[in-house]
Design a binder for this molecule. Structure first.
Ligand code: ZN
Ligand code: ZN
Length: 342
């Protein structure tokens, strides 16, 4: 089968002809119908995060059709529409038992530590496979498995309740899902903070109040828009010290800032004024949980989460197209999500 693989960090991805993976008793072989091209894939190609063993097929946002199910897999059969939770896990360690399989020591992420979905087929343990409702196109099913799932996890970690207010810092793939999900949670007001007018226009389309940080100081603006209260929940989805600080400073009394954007830099907090005095919380968000996916898929089925406008382009399973898509992401283009359709 064809697979687009990372051979060496810092080099363009290459097309390789590889064997269709073997299917273990508890595995499902999936014919890939859609694989999202994610900003992290650009980091992997550049060597900014570890990918091993090399060469490795990238792609962690995958939806497709079951080609074959292993002997011990009763819940799936050939032809089923499915999407993949991007982590494999043991199911038995204390983390897995508690439903926190993102900390499983023997877990592995597809497209990073085992072959991913930039290929014609992928093999996955059945416990990481989820049924994709007929109403949800494969392209949307694929990207639900990364940015939308992580946005949902961030809102869950922030314990968003109906009637509360939310500020979303960064209106990329994560942000557009977070805005819609916050509405599903019953958020009273959602503020979308970004510096790109076209992203803010999209956020407004989904019912958010746009805050253009290129034209105003967003903390002051959020303060003004909330009558000086601040927001109950702030999500930082960019990974910049500046916006992390802004997220914390925009909190109301007992507000929660959930940080999902990745950076290795530090950011400043004024402990008394910004955290202790308000009993504010700063919460880390890592990946998402398998148990969160069925609810996400149900909302997508009902149309409460609509990603049709988030996907701007589909690509063939061809290295030139994929490398160019990654080049675009590296330049931080305002483009929406791109999905490989083999
Ligand atoms: Zn992703
Ligand atoms: Zn485990």
């Amino acid at each position: 089968m064809k697979a687009i693989r990372l051979i060496q960090p810092g080099r363009a991805l290459e097309l390789q002809e590889v064997k269709v993976p073997a299917v273990g008793a508890r595995d499902v072989l999936v014919r890939v119908k859609a694989a999202g091209v994610c900003h992290s894939d650009a980091h992997y190609r550049a060597g900014k995060s570890v990918v091993r063993p090399l060469p490795l097929t990238l792609g962690h946002e995958v939806a497709g059709v079951v080609e074959r199910a292993g002997a011990e897999v009763a819940q799936f059969k050939a032809g089923d529409r499915v999407c993949l939770h991007y982590l494999t896990s043991c199911g038995e360690c204390p983390y897995c038992q508690r439903g926190n399989e993102q900390f499983c020591a023997s877990g592995a992420m597809i497209g990073k530590y085992r072959d991913g979905g930039y290929a014609e087929f992928i093999v996955m343990p059945a416990r990481s496979v989820f049924r994709l409702p007929d109403e949800v196109p494969f392209e949307q099913g694929a990207i639900l498995m990364c940015s939308s799932a992580t946005s949902l996890h961030a809102l869950n970690k922030a314990r968003l309740r109906a009637g509360e207010s939310v500020a979303v810092f960064g209106v990329g793939g994560l942000g557009l899902s977070a805005i819609q999900l916050a509405k599903v949670f019953g958020a009273r007001e959602v503020f979308a903070v970004d510096i790109k007018p076209e992203k803010l226009a999209m956020a407004e389309l989904f019912g958010a109040v746009p805050v253009n940080a290129a034209e105003c100081e967003p903390v002051a603006e959020i303060g003004r828009l909330t009558g000086g209260r601040g927001v109950d929940v702030a999500l930082e989805l960019i990974g910049l010290p500046l916006t992390m600080r802004q997220a914390v400073r925009s909190l109301a009394i007992q507000g929660r800032a959930a940080l999902a954007g990745i950076t290795d830099k530090t950011f400043e907090v004024a402990p008394y004024m910004e955290v202790l005095n308000k009993e504010a919380e700063i919460i880390g968000v890592s990946d998402h949980l398998a148990q969160e996916l069925p609810r996400l898929l149900e909302w997508a089925r009902r149309g409460a989460l609509d990603l049709s406008q988030v996907i701007t382009r589909t690509l063939p399973l061809q290295p030139k197209a994929v490398n160019e898509a990654l080049d675009g992401l590296e330049r931080f283009g305002g483009e929406g999500r791109m999905v490989i359709v083999p």
